[in-house]
Design a protein around this ligand. Sequence first.
Ligand SMILES: Cc1ncc(COP(=O)(O)O)c(C=O)c1O
Length: 406
Amino acid sequence: MTEFAPLFSQDAACMQYSAIRRMAKFALHPGIISFAAGAPSAETFPAEDIRRITASILETDSRAALQYGLTLGYTGLIEVVVEFCRSRRSINAVAEEVCITSGSQQALDLVGRLFLDPGDAVFLELPSYIGAISAFRNLQAELVGVRQEPDGMEIQDLVDRIEGCQKSGRRAKLIYVIPNFQNPSGLTTSQEKRRAILEVAQRFGLLVVEDDPYSDVCFDPLTASGLAPVKSADVEGRVIYLSTFSKILAAGLRVGWIVAAKSIMAKVDLAKQSTDLCGSMLDQRIVAECCRQGVVERHLPKIRKFYKRKCQTMLDSLDAAMPPVVQWTRPAGGLFVWAALPDGFDSEVLLTEAIEQAKVTYVPGHPFHVNGAGRNTLRLAFSKESEDNIRAGIHRLAQVFKHHLE
Ligand SMILES: Cc1ncc(COP(=O)(O)O)c(C=O)c1O
């Protein structure tokens, strides 16, 4: 076979296969209960509304809907997002500060490409989202982990790491945070820490990338309204805010958005042109119409109830079955519970047994840690499985863990 390896770029050499994607293939095996699959449940997608709206767009507006469009997005959807941000997220943006992306994942890639040269430092929570880790690592950025407490990043650790980085002559560029019901830990950053993160960014001249896919997947609506995004307090344009319709409408439509300063948006436009020319105009029209017709608004209470019940079932099952030395988070929203075995145990090693003997899969916590730690941790997603399967799966997993822990 012809050997092409010498031809790959240095960026390509840095690319790694995602641990989540690797686990995803087990989810398809018959009889496996998957706590690995972190996708939103297809049961939450308003398929009938989307079918009706799509048919109507194709009937009345097919020429524009099937054509190329503006790189920064369909103007009708941008207007909807501006209003959505104002009313639901307390973010006052103008249309020129918004770009529609192919999910937040594309936004992470674009932001990384705009700001990161090889060796530039990004500060991320320990643990953090694998998709962001990949996007930044692919650019040969230096990924610096910041300790996470139950209420978000440990601010002194963040400051120490930025100072350490600057002292050693490296360039500190971005602080990446997922403040609401974080993937993977399920933790939420307190209002005080949101303020502190912005202050640290101001003090050291960094940008904050605020990734917020889950704020509307809160189990108690009061929790969400009580926590304003970092972006809502940003007067300097120092925060790049990312969000998505993947978890509140349909992930396969691939529609997310960025809110950022106009000067940053001009560069986003250029970077995006070379990626995709523009996103799907049909999908963007579908999402805009779903918002205008109140589909998202009507749908949210159902989604929240749906995940709240599943999460509670997982927490009750963990309480009932796990040995006391295992610890886990109690999320107020999102799709994930994060568990920790005692130090010295390796969740990746135990996974083989979990799959073969218990027919249960999860994602080991190690790949979510940019500092190589977290071998004793694991992510349990409660989105895919039925409540009966959650009970059975946690019970079976607990047997595997007990066998090793006792
Ligand atoms: C924290 C976080 N950011 C970004 C994404 C990407 O979402 P999408 O590209 O579907 O908008 C996800 C998906 O799970 C996520 O958990």
